[in-house]
Structures are given as structure tokens and as C-alpha cells.
Design a protein around this ligand. Structure first.
Ligand code: FAD
Length: 466
């Protein structure tokens, strides 16, 4: 009997995994599960440091879980199409199964592989697993993609209920194959090893994802609609890196949320659902605009007069030493834990793009390297949202004031003091430069907010032709 070959990618889970379930339904004793580490295929964006760390641990956990079922996670590296073709030849597999990906380079690989399989009498089947709605499924009346979130999400909600999640397999066996050593891929940082803060904060893997969801739905979902804006409160799910690597599916989140029927949290569940909807929106944007990370969605931004940052200013932003407490707390949270609260992401991005007038792509790349949830769609779509160059974006002239933002959303300074210890004794935690004695070790503001705001607005006027 020839085995079935399941190729896992951004779907590092056993439960609610349609490709895996289909293979096991056909033959649970003769299924090979593989993962290909591919940094060579054309157009593939190499992972950043924080996602490399995550991937290592996620694969290690998945490998253990598969072994417990009697199987093996086969690890290979190289250009994915060649690697899968070689695995098919090596094992005599007659059927390859995978869950769909939506970035252009990945789709190109998958399409080429499907054609090769067809030409060689090998079955290839792909499944919907990582988005509730396929990006081509939700269209406007005229048949094009939505450019605005609210009608997009309304159209999604008018669709039939997303399918219920599939159970985890109880048995998964297959031939034993040579597998590369995960450690040899060098995904973990060594000199220096900066991962202590990440280890403390996160549990990569499917079990960690499930626990996070249960904890959220059993606790902080209550009040989510308001608390999600408060960086000093653990008021959001922190599921983003788990979703990024497909350790949990949006179908599982959707149905688990729907099961939380207490009327007092109905609004919270609805708002949470629409945040997951933003993820769907970002992915449909990437699907229809493959160069979302490199090109302005609104091409009229191509002539914007971005400034070349001085190393001092850029370094101050990257390492949380701008002298603006909210920006610094956020950038240090990112550096220390690989994650930043959404409201602070918006403020930090606005500061770089508007107060320092640096091209959004510079910030997008920094987040790509440092976020554990660095996502090919969510990251560029949100950076472009803040820049004003994106779809359904915040207008360029909306400039987040970091002082007003921190006074409003972190009134007592809990978040600021946690990530910026120099401010713990400050009298004026939101505007430490107003203290008669400046807090020891904390920098003065790198730029003047009012002046840089005027400069940004005037550059925007120039772009608009006066
Ligand atoms: P929750 O509030 O619990 O939301 C649940 C899920 O909904 C999230 O896990 C995420 O998958 C999705 N979601 C929430 N907000 C958004 C949003 N604005 N856009 C798209 N999906 C959303 N999110 C990423 O997952 N990866 C990124 O690389 C990323 N980069 C960002 C860059 C900037 C400049 C900004 C402003 C936002 C970015 N976001 C990104 C969106 C958002 O900040 C994170 O998804 C959120 O903070 C993750 O925390 P959570 O899981 O607790 O979110």
C-alpha cells in the first residue's frame, strides 16, 4: 500500500486539521506527516527572529504529540516543491494533502506542486483550514473584493455558519523516515540568547493555544469590549502567535466563543469576533494585493516625502528610549516579550511614521523581526492602516498623541511603570520632563510632538498637491 503524505505549513495542530483528518480517514496506519523549512523558494519572506523561536518550539511540541499517537513528524528543509517531490519519490506516496495558504509565493509553490502531481498520476488535495471564509468567497455586489472592513464583516456574517471543528486524531501511524534534526535549523537565538522573556510569557504549541483560549473565555473575555484598549490590564486573548502558526484554528475560536452563552458577555463576544474578523479582512487584502508588505495599497502615497531616520532616532524608537513613556513601554514590551498591546502598537507605529516621518516599511520590518505573532497579512495591513496608505485606513492626518493616549488608556501608569522601571518614582509618569528633577536614566524626548506633527501634516498637504 502506498502511504498518504500530509504536508503541514502554517497549521501546526492535530485537531481541526482537515488535511490530516482526510488522510487519517483514508488510512490512519499509513500516513506520513511532514514539515518543510523553506527559505529558498522564490519570494518566500524569511521569518524574523521571534517567529523563528516560536516555530522551533511549536514543531518540537507537535513532534512529541505525533509520537504519542505512534507516528513521526518528518522534518526536511529546502525549496518546498522539490522537497515534497523528493518525499513522494522516496515513499511512493500516491496522495498529497495540505491546508491552503494565501500568500502569492506560497500559492505559486502549491499550484506548481499540484500540476506536477497531476502530471505524475498522484492525487493532490487542498483544504480550507486557516480562514473562516476563503478570500475569493466574500465579494461586493459587483464581484470585487471589499475595501472597507464593516461591510466585509457584515457580508461574512451573512454567510452560512462556519463548519464545526474536527476532532483530534486518536491514531496516526506511518513508515519511519529519515528526519532532519530541528536543532540543526538554527532557529533559536544563541549569541546572545534573548529568549528568556519569551519563554516566561509564552507556551508555543497546540496545548498552549487551547489553554489560552479556555482561560480567555473563562475569564478576561468578560469586559473585553472596553478592557481591550487598556494595556495595563490582561484584557485580550493573546492568541495571536498561536493563530499565526495555526496552532489553533479560527473555526475552533468561533465555535468556542459561540458556546459562551452568558448574555452579560454577549457584547464582548461580538467585539472579539469582529477582531478575529479583522484577521480575515487582512488576509483577503493580502490575497488580492500580494505586495502589501512592500507597496503602498494607495499608490498616491508613493510620492510621500519620508525622511531618512538618523540612527539615533531610529535606535531610540526600536529600543524604547524616545523619552515618550507610552512608546518606550510598548517598544520594550515588544523587545522583552515578543508582543505588544494593540493600542500601543498603533501609537508606536504612528510615532515612527508621523513624528519621525519614517517610511512605514521600516517599522513593519522591525515588527516582523521582533513580534512572535509577526503575520504576513496582519502586520503590513495594520502598518498601512496607521500610515493612511492602506485599505479602510486611519487617515494620515490622525496622529496619535502618546501623552494623551497614555493618560486616557493607562491613567495610573501601571503599564508604563511595569516596562519602564526608570519611571516608577516619577511624579509625572505621563510627562516626566515636567518633573522638577528628571527621572534618573530616562531620556528626554527625542523630538517635539507639536513641531513634528506640523511637519507631518505639511508633508501630507504637499502630497495632496497643496
Ligand atoms: P485579541 O484582541 O484577543 O484579538 C483576537 C485575534 O484577532 C488576534 O489574535 C488577531 O488574530 C486578531 N486581531 C485582533 N486585532 C487585529 C487587527 N487589528 N488586525 C488583524 N487581526 C487582528 N496582529 C498579528 O496577529 N500579527 C501582526 O504582525 C500584527 N502586527 C500589527 C502591527 C501594527 C502596527 C498594529 C497596529 C497591529 C498589528 N496587529 C498584528 C494586530 C493586533 O495588534 C494584534 O492582532 C493583537 O494585538 C494580538 O493580541 P491578541 O491576540 O490578544 O488580540
Amino acid at each position: 500500500m502506498s502511504p498518504l503524505l500530509v504536508w503541514l505549513r502554517d497549521d501546526l495542530r492535530l485537531s481541526d486539521n482537515p488535511a490530516l483528518s482526510a488522510a487519517l480517514a483514508a488510512d490512519a496506519t499509513n500516513t506520513i506527516v511532514c514539515f518543510v523549512f523553506d527559505e529558498e523558494s522564490e519570494g518566500i519572506r524569511p521569518l524574523g527572529g521571534a517567529t523563528r523561536w516560536w516555530l522551533h518550539h511549536s514543531l518540537a511540541k507537535l513532534g512529541q504529540a505525533i509520537e504519542q499517537l505512534g507516528g513521526q513528524l518528518v522534518l526536511r528543509s529546502g525549496p518546498a516543491e522539490n522537497v515534497i517531490r523528493a518525499l513522494v519519490a522516496e515513499t511512493g506516496a500516491e496522495h498529497v494533502l495540505w491546508n491552503r495558504r494565501y500568500g502569492q509565493p506560497e500559492r505559486t509553490i502549491d499550484a506548481a506542486l499540484k500540476t506536477w502531481c497531476g502530471d505524475n498520476g498522484i492525487e493532490a488535495t487542498s483544504y480550507q483550514a486557516n480562514l473562516l471564509f476563503e478570500p475569493w468567497q466574500i465579494t461586493t455586489g459587483s464581484g470585487g473584493p471589499y475595501k472597507v472592513f464593516t461591510p466585509f464583516w457584515r457580508a461574512c456574517r451573512d454567510q452560512p455558519e462556519p463548519r464545526t471543528p474536527l476532532p483530534a486524531p486518536e491514531r496516526l501511524e506511518g513508515p519511519s523516515l529519515p528526519s532532519e534534526d530541528l536543532a540543526s535549523w538554527g532557529l533559536l537565538p544563541t549569541r546572545p540568547d534573548w529568549s528568556a522573556g519569551l519563554q516566561e510569557q509564552w507556551s508555543p504549541g497546540e496545548d498552549g493555544a487551547g489553554e489560552r483560549l479556555d482561560e480567555f473565555l473563562g475569564g478576561s473575555v468578560d469586559g473585553y469590549a472596553g478592557n481591550r484598549d487598556l494595556p495595563g490590564v490582561e484584557g485580550t486573548s493573546r492568541l495571536s502567535p498561536h493563530l499565526r502558526f495555526g496552532e489553533i484554528s479560527p473555526f475552533q475560536i468561533w465555535h468556542a466563543s459561540r458556546a459562551a452563552t452568558n448574555p452579560s458577555i454577549a457584547k464582548d463576544i461580538q467585539v472579539f469576533g469582529s477582531e478575529v474578523g479583522w484577521r480575515e479582512f487582512c488576509w483577503q487584502l493580502l490575497y488580492h494585493n500580494p505586495d502589501l508588505a512592500t507597496e503602498n495599497y494607495r499608490r498616491d502615497f508613493d510620492g510621500f516625502a519620508w525622511q531618512t531616520p538618523t540612527p539615533g532616532e531610529l535606535g531610540a524608537w526600536q529600543r524604547g528610549r524616545t523619552g515618550y513613556p507610552l512608546i518606550d513601554a510598548g517598544m520594550r514590551q515588544l523587545w522583552d516579550t515578543g508582543w505588544m498591546h494593540n493600542r500601543v502598537r498603533m501609537a508606536a507605529a504612528s510615532f515612527l511614521i508621523k513624528n519621525l516621518m519614517v517610511d512605514w516599511r521600516v517599522g513593519e520590518q522591525w515588527f516582523w523581526d521582533t513580534l512572535v505573532d509577526a503575520d504576513p497579512a496582519n502586520n503590513p495591513a495594520n502598518w498601512q492602516w496607521v500610515a493612511g496608505s492602506g485599505a479602510d485606513a486611519s487617515p494620515y492626518f490622525r496622529i496619535f498623541n502618546p501623552v494623551t493616549q497614555s493618560k486616557k488608556f493607562d491613567r495610573d501608569g501601571t503599564y508604563l511603570k511595569h516596562f519602564v522601571p526608570e519611571l516608577r518614582a516619577a511624579g509625572n509618569v505621563h510627562e516626566p520632563w515636567k518633573d522638577t528633577e528628571a527621572p534618573t536614566g530616562y531620556p528626554s524626548p527625542v523630538v517635539d510632538l507639536a513641531e513634528t506633527r506640523e511637519r507631518a501634516l505639511s508633508a501630507y498637504q504637499d502630497l495632496r498637491g497643496g
